[in-house]
Design a protein around this ligand. Structure first.
Ligand code: GN1
Ligand code: MG
Length: 599
């Protein structure tokens, strides 16, 4: 690194000291913590993004979001050149950067890493980082704003007067100002690499930013408008390909009501809805309504608590209802039963996966019907789940003859596994997932559909190829996306002529329960076998197994969360009461082994 670069890094880093006594970790989906702790982290992730751009010679994304976390948290993560998650190989460096105790340590780390990775920092590559942020407000403490005057320039840049109260000042700045601080810090980080450019893409859903990064690196159109146009036109294409006899079917109506978690998905979905025909999207709990992000609303709440989100009630009985999470990368459907008294019938990520798998399997069977295709390469379809997938869904998928694979929690693992197939469908039970198509399979579909434009009438096989091609454009190829997932569910239900009830009847979920346990150090739990078996602390595995064996169809596992400071407990059993008891007993075991009073 030359002297100019070293000076630039040292001077900008001296504005952003890490919080004292906090250990930051890149976790399941980037850094997440109380928003007041993350200023230096966002700045340092900006540097990381610029270095990643240099290393990969590609455009990189930096997203400011904490997804389903409570409103006082925030987070930051990176989108790699493919639009996927940051390469896991770089996560230890990300952790080290975030925790470097001083600008000098930071510089030393960067120097070492740049040398080890063979990254040339001499300005021969035009670094570009796309920045996105959701609508999450930030909380900034007065202390951090005034500490050694570091933040004062921010106030003048924002045209605001610095608050003069010595108490903690909580800033709930609406719209652009909400996350502008983090944005500026991200930009500062990126631009502390000489010649690097940070392009502010504004307020986006997480999947939109990932989509843009992928599109930019593939040389495709990559604006937000391009995203909306691609989704709406592929949706229309799928609608046009619905078999005539299925177009009007009892129980299928054209309205869906969406709980947008008071997050960024609401406004985006309202805009997208205007570009569609044959589907009415009613959005509630949009960030414009004044409700609190993820508070009594959203996919995480609905999926874990299995209760109605705010502003939904008995009036919604019989309607397809959907919940998105705060940054709109997950979705779950739900049904309001008659006289529900707050409970819902959840149609979760596992059922979305099952619906997608059925539809794709059907199209593949049409594709392979033609005599001359019999000897051709048959597409390899695979599905990927985590241990949180309901056992009934896994049985159902296996009964369909599908290959079911398991990975640890987190899209980064599922996505990676799904790329091994011609078509890989992955979903977490909480609604995080997508369908990936391999380049070679897309090429074979394109070749097949080109035959149609050469004058053929369009056989079932050719229509199936057109449908699959449209699915590959509709469903986000970079990461799970609630907006594109919703459109795909809607058009498949229309295609099948199914109501949400019929879909929900595919199989019956086993009763399950999830709990969170606060412990002294959650990292003391080490797991293996896609997180289903505890390796450490010794004895916990045996204690869990002994308890689980008492319950018919019992299954239980524990793991440290990668996004919250808790240990998660998951239990499944033949009755809701048994699942609750099993979860509670195992939560007590976790507390005995790791709680604040354990020795
Ligand atoms: C049980 C559960 O829902 N875990 C979620 C949650 O991860 P944890 O590591 O469990 O906190 O957030 C992740 C990121 O959004 C998501 O991928 C994952 O599925
Ligand atoms: Mg999310």
């Amino acid at each position: 690194m030359n002297e100019e670069q070293q000076c630039l890094l040292l001077s900008s880093a001296s504005r952003f000291w890490p919080p004292k006594g906090v250990k930051l970790s890149y976790g399941t989906a980037g850094f997440r913590a109380d928003a007041s702790l993350l200023q230096s982290t966002v700045y340092r992730v900006g540097i990381l993004a610029a270095l990643r751009s240099l290393k990969t010679r590609s455009v990189i994304g930096l997203m400011i979001t904490a997804s389903h976390n409570k409103v006082s948290d925030n987070g930051v993560k990176i989108a790699d050149p493919s639009g996927g998650m940051l390469s896991q190989h770089w996560e230890p460096f990300a952790d080290a950067l975030a925790n470097a105790p001083s600008p000098q340590h930071l510089l030393l780390l960067i120097n070492e890493f740049v040398e080890k990775e063979g990254i040339s920092v001499d300005g021969d590559w035009h670094v570009e980082v796309l920045l996105g942020r959701d609508t999450r407000p930030i909380t900034v403490s007065w202390r951090s704003l005034t500490l050694r005057g570091q933040m004062r320039p921010m106030w003048s840049q924002l045209g605001c007067r610095q608050p003069d109260t010595p108490k903690t000042v909580t800033l709930w700045l609406k719209s652009l100002l909400q996350t502008l601080f983090y944005n500026l810090e991200g930009i500062r980080g990126v631009t502390s690499i000489v010649g690097a450019v940070a392009t502010d893409m504004g307020i986006l859903t997480t999947p939109q930013l990932h989509w843009m990064v992928r599109a930019r690196n593939k040389g495709m159109k990559a604006s937000e408008q391009d995203y909306f146009e691609q989704l709406s036109s592929s949706f229309r294409c799928l609608v046009d390909l619905i078999p005539a006899e299925k177009c009007k079917f009892d129980g299928v109506n054209d309205k869906v009501v969406v709980d947008a978690a008071n997050g960024v998905g609401g406004v985006k979905l309202k805009y997208l809805g205007k570009l569609l025909n044959g589907l009415i999207i009613e959005v509630r709990n949009s960030s414009e309504d004044g409700g609190v992000l993820n508070d009594g609303v959203g996919a995480d709440y609905v999926q874990k608590e299995k209760v109605l989100p705010n502003s939904f009630g008995s009036k919604d009985t019989g309607i397809r209802c959907v919940s998105l999470d705060g940054d709109a990368d997950r979705l779950v459907y739900f049904i309001v039963p008659p006289e529900s008294s707050g409970r819902i019938d959840l149609v979760d990520g596992d059922k979305i996966l099952s619906l997608f798998a059925l539809f794709i399997r059907e199209q593949l069977s049409f594709l392979n019907e033609k005599e001359d295709m019999k000897n051709c390469h048959q597409a390899h379809l695979g599905v990927v789940q985590t241990a949180y997938a309901n056992g009934a869904s896994t049985n159902y998928l296996k009964l369909l003859g599908l290959e079911v694979n398991f990975t640890p929690t987190g899209v980064k693992y599922l996505h990676e596994k799904a790329t091994e197939f011609d078509i890989g469908i992955y979903f977490e039970a909480n609604g995080h997932g997508t369908v990936l198509f391999s380049e070679s399979f897309i090429e074979s579909l394109e070749a097949r559909t080109n035959e149609i434009s050469l004058g053929s009438k369009g056989s079932e096989g050719e229509k199936a190829a057109l449908r699959l091609l449209a699915v590959s454009k509709l469903i986000n190829q970079a990461v799970g996306d609630a907006l594109s997932g919703l459109l795909l569910v809607e058009v498949i239900l229309q295609h099948m002529g199914w109501s949400i009830n019929k879909w929900n009847e595919l199989y019956h979920d086993l009763p399950s329960k999830q709990l969170k346990v606060k412990v002294a150090d959650r990292t003391a739990i080490v797991t293996t076998n896609a997180e289903t078996v505890v390796v450490s602390p010794p004895g916990l595995k045996e204690a869990i197994n002994e308890e689980t064996a008492k319950y018919p169809q019992g299954r239980c596992f524990v793991r440290p969360s990668g996004t919250e400071d808790v240990v998660r407990v998951y239990a499944e059993a033949s009755t809701p009461e048994a699942a609750d008891t099993l979860a509670n007993c195992v939560a007590k075991l976790v507390d005995q082994f790791l709680g604040f009073n354990s020795s």
